[in-house]
Design a protein around this ligand. Structure first.
Ligand code: GDP
Ligand code: MG
Length: 184
């Protein structure tokens, strides 16, 4: 079929991983972006989940393969497979759960340093921005953390779709910028 032929042809393929504490909304960001679906209940799956989506940047078709650790965020044996070849990461915390913000520095940046390639592009994602009355991490704190560590930054809601596409587009654009600079 013409449609699937079109879908199968691309100029670049980029792998992007979702990173962050359990419960911050990684799987829902993933499913909102790839399938436009949202689940209210947490369904920790065992192992890995991945899906791909094409987008066009600079007249190039870029296929982004997105990986989600399903329920086993810190399962050591998966780490090397999970991070292998990843050019981008969405580093996710929950703006209503301070511990998930604290763990960025304590756990996740270290995990990235340990397992990901040095050139990986990272965007910090403060999710659940729809829960305004429950917020415990301010936008300013998120932005300051991102600046301090040289990361992109966005607040999202997988529930109401705010900035979900923008977060993925941002990371893919950044990867594309790095890759195309390198190949000149
Ligand atoms: P994961 O463990 O990081 O993959 O998190 P999940 O995607 O499974 O989400 C954990 C819980 O948070 C579920 O109950 C989701 O429905 C909820 N959740 C995820 N994203 C949002 C969001 O943007 N807003 C709100 N209000 N709840 C969310
Ligand atoms: Mg999950």
């Amino acid at each position: 079929m013409a449609d699937s032929d079109e879908y199968d042809s691309y100029d670049y393929i980029f792998k992007v991983v979702l990173v962050g504490d359990s419960g911050v909304g990684k799987s829902n960001l993933f499913s909102r972006f790839t399938r436009n679906t949202f689940r209210l209940q947490t369904l920790p799956t065992i192992g890995l989940d991945f899906d791909a989506k094409n987008m066009v940047i600079d007249s190039r078709t870029i296929r982004t393969q997105i990986w989600d650790t399903a329920g086993q965020e810190r399962f050591k044996a998966l780490a090397s497979t999970y991070y292998r070849g990843a050019l981008g990461a969405l580093l996710v915390y929950d703006v209503t759960e301070r511990d998930t913000f604290r763990d960025l520095e304590r756990l996740w940046l270290q995990e990235l340093r340990l397992h990901a390639c040095d050139e990986i592009a990272v965007i910090l994602v403060g999710n659940k921005a729809d829960l305004r009355h429950l917020r415990t991490v301010s936008v300013e704190e998120g932005r300051a953390f991102a600046e301090r560590h040289g990361l992109g930054f966005v607040e999202t809601s997988a529930l109401d779709s705010t900035n979900v596409d923008a977060a993925f587009e941002n990371i893919v654009t950044e990867i594309y910028r790095r890759v195309s600079q390198r190949s000149i």
